[in-house]
Design a protein around this ligand. Structure first.
Ligand code: 5AD
Ligand code: SF4
Length: 427
């Protein structure tokens, strides 16, 4: 979501005549697109903003802007202005479209701006995205915001309520991406399964996927993120029957304990979640299932954590994003009694170790088999090699050159190393 938003920002700057440069010291403008989902994301953003202060001394005309979720928090705009007075422009999540005017205003009048609109349901803007940075993969927003208010999460406060784009607009953008030659499109939304509910015109996620799967061409579709309470059987059936929709589902469980799930306001139980996993596995046997897991949520006891480990063993995720719970001011969980950090630290170590065993085991299962891989890029730090993903979302590295990038190739896996797969192209 943030990468795609940064593409939109870069597009705005490009339209104004700016070009990309490689080093901060060469820049005429630096825009920090921030995230505040956890404390460390926020600290990193603030650290990076602090680290460019010296550039302003040697180049006073350098423009510094801070945008994104962090600025939208209560009082964050004023706070930034006081602590980082050398920042020129601060824009909230609803004000991003004002970037061009804010820059022009600054250049013409020297006036700095802090614009933070607290509206929870701003109108969906249909801007054409002209700048994309992810090779043959394109991001496509189908909706914005979230209604779920999980008790740990800041997103609904900084991104507002759910607003879906009209299905025709999504389909038009999708088709134009395929016409432009993109080979993979990832549909984005905080909770893609509730797509369309706010439109009151009969649109929903299943219908959207169905319409997308009717589009001609060889391409892949992924989507994120699904909420376990809303991922229904209809969507699972469409994934199972569609050639183009990848057999890859990101289904964040957060915790394996019913007590914790209730405190998190997640609206499902571990039994309901496991039922959905069973349905996925029976309809889509080779599906890559990934998740988000959190440890150290308030009131989490050893038994609750064991329940999380148990889910990890039962589901066998191909990979998992693992997080230590981080207090977010203004959320319900911030007022609950907190788990000591040393306990959370121990738990996250055990959780990662458990998941690593499973990732390794699943990787071994790929060895000796051939998979269709979309070759996406050069392999990092490995001259003469390229990399891409299987339909199930696993990263594969193989010998090849730039001619393969953007193409589908059959790759036979000869080796795996924890999460990494290595193969050879089959002629
Ligand atoms: N602390 C830790 N992790 C969080 N996430 C969201 N809010 C928090 C928080 N306060 C994690 C959840 C979510 C992912 C995007 O980030 O696991 O699924
Ligand atoms: Fe946050 Fe929950 Fe919404 Fe995800 S579903 S963005 S975790 S409130």
């Amino acid at each position: 979501m943030n990468i795609h938003e940064s593409e939109k920002i870069a597009g705005t700057l490009q339209a104004m005549g700016y070009v990309e440069c490689q080093s901060e010291s060469d820049a005429d403008i630096i825009v920090f697109n921030t995230c505040c989902i956890r404390d460390n994301a926020e600290k990193r953003a603030l650290g990076n903003i602090g680290a460019v202060k010296h550039l302003k001394k040697t180049k006073p005309e350098l423009i510094l802007a801070v945008v994104g979720c962090m600025t939208q928090q209560d009082g964050a705009g004023l706070n930034l202005r006081q602590k980082y007075p050398y920042v020129d422009i601060v824009l909230g999540t609803n004000n991003l479209s004002e970037l061009q005017n804010a820059i022009k205003n600054l250049k013409n009048t020297g006036k700095k701006s802090v614009l933070i609109d607290p509206n929870e349901r701003p109108e969906v803007k249909e801007d054409e995205i002209k700048y994309r940075t992810s090779g043959c993969n394109a991001w496509l927003n189908i909706m914005y915001g979230c209604n779920n208010f999980c008790t740990y999460c800041i997103v609904p406060y900084v991104r507002g309520r759910e607003r879906s784009r009209k299905m025709q607009n999504v389909l038009d953008e999708f088709k134009s991406l395929i016409d432009m030659g993109y080979k993979e499109v990832t549909l984005l939304g905080q909770n893609v399964n509730s797509y369309g509910h706010d439109l009151n015109d009969g649109s929903d996620f299943a219908k959207l996927l169905q319409e997308i799967s009717k589009i001609n061409g060889k391409f892949r579709v992924r989507f994120m993120t699904s909420h376990p309470k809303d991922l229904n059987r209809e969507v699972i059936d469409i994934i199972a029957s569609s050639q183009n929709i990848c057999n890859n589902i990101h289904l964040p469980i957060q915790s394996g304990s019913n007590k914790i799930l209730k405190l998190m306001n997640r609206h499902y139980t571990r039994e309901y979640y496991l039922d959905t996993i069973d349905a996925i596995k029976s309809k889509i046997p080779d599906c890559g299932i990934t998740t988000d897991l959190m440890v150290g949520f308030p009131y989490e006891e050893d038994g609750d954590f064991e329940d999380t480990l148990d889910i990890v063993r039962k589901v066998k995720y191909s990979s998992a994003f693992t997080f230590v719970y981080s207090i977010r001011k203004g959320t319900k969980a911030a007022l609950m009694p907190q788990v000591p950090p040393e306990v959370s630290k121990e738990r996250i170590k055990r959780l990662i170790a458990e998941q690593n065993v499973i990732t390794k085991e699943l990787s071994t299962g790929y060895e000796g088999k051939t998979f269709e891989v979309l070759c996406e890029d050069f392999a990092p730090k490995k001259a003469g090699y390229v990399c891409g993903r299987t339909d199930s979302g696993r990263l594969v590295t193989f010998k090849g050159n730039e001619n393969l990038i953007g193409n589908f190739v059959n790759v036979k896996i000869y080796k795996s190393q924890s999460a990494s797969l290595f193969g050879d192209v089959e002629e």
